[in-house]
Design a protein around this ligand. Sequence first.
Ligand SMILES: [Zn+2]
Length: 87
Amino acid sequence: MTATTQTAPGLTTAESPNATPRRSLTAADRCDRCGAQAFIAAEFTASELLFCAHHGREHRDKIESAITVDETSKLAPTNRQQGPVHA
Ligand SMILES: [Zn+2]
């Protein structure tokens, strides 16, 4: 039998000490626009902005490259295709 004890030399499982630990957003994190619960965090020159799912989507094209946390996937996909929108 062959023991498969492989250690990939270049592969570090430990997180880089220089990397900012990826925090998770809590219910205490609020959207800077409307005060709703934040699901997206974006960092702009040392200041962080939080966005709820709605405003995160609204400003997505502007903040996309700065997004550090995106937890919108935690939201249940209930708000898509909810039928025709009343004008
Ligand atoms: Zn908002």
